[in-house]
Design a protein around this ligand. Structure first.
Ligand code: SF4
Length: 123
């Protein structure tokens, strides 16, 4: 039986509401987009939605107690809880540089967790 799933395209500020018509996970039709980027976005979002994860990890000997971090690119949404648990276990030591890899290939996503800012060491 055909179903319709509505997806808001966030590729630009216009925010087109795209309708994906599907049977189970098989896409039959895509409507409501204004440009090709919307088709790609809707397909990706329907098949395997991804997000960039931002968080903080504990840091010792630094000017701040927590280091802001993010995934270098988007990771599958269904991996986010596992990655958050992993992030809670991480402890780093200052100094840390912006873009430094904090956790390589976090939870086998093929994406690194990186520092979002410098943290200097406090002496
Ligand atoms: S479909 Fe195209 S115009 Fe519409 S929100 Fe997406 S990128 Fe923007």
């Amino acid at each position: 039986m055909e179903e319709k799933t509505k997806i808001i395209c966030t590729s630009c500020p216009r925010g087109c509401i795209i309708t994906v018509t599907h049977v189970g996970k098989e896409i039959k039709e895509i409507n409501g987009y204004t440009c090709k980027r919307g088709v790609i976005y809707a397909k990706d979002e329907f098949i395997l939605p991804k997000r960039v994860l931002t968080s903080t990890v504990r840091i010792s000997c630094g000017e701040l107690p927590m280091l802001p971090v993010r995934t270098e690119s988007a990771i599958p949404k269904n991996k986010i809880i596992e990655c958050v648990k992993k992030i809670c276990e991480i402890d780093v030591k200052a100094p840390v540089k912006l873009g430094q890899v904090i956790c390589k290939n976090i939870c086998n996503t093929n994406v690194d967790l990186i520092a979002s800012r410098d943290i200097h060491k406090v002496v």
